[in-house]
Design a protein around this ligand. Structure first.
Ligand code: FES
Length: 70
């Protein structure tokens, strides 16, 4: 699994194919196999990114974390 920090944007969590993700008991469809989570604090659909970071002028460096699950 990998978590990327998009430059001036959200955290993007990438999942292996077939991973099931639930929020409040509801399964979240992952058509792209990843999930974009708000990092700027301005999203109207938290915890998800809705693109508001672009209008806020949010600035942050890019990066990533690799996670190996045994
Ligand atoms: S990072 Fe995209 S709306 Fe916050």
């Amino acid at each position: 699994m990998r978590i990327r920090f998009r430059e001036n944007g959200p955290y993007v969590v990438e999942f292996p194919p077939g991973t099931k993700v639930r929020l409040g008991g509801e399964e979240i469809p992952l058509p792209k196999g990843n999930l974009a989570l708000c990092r700027c604090g301005g999203s109207h659909k938290k915890p998800f990114c809705d693109g508001t970071h672009k209008t806020l002028g949010f600035q942050a460096e890019a990066g990533e974390i690799q996670i190996e699950v045994p």
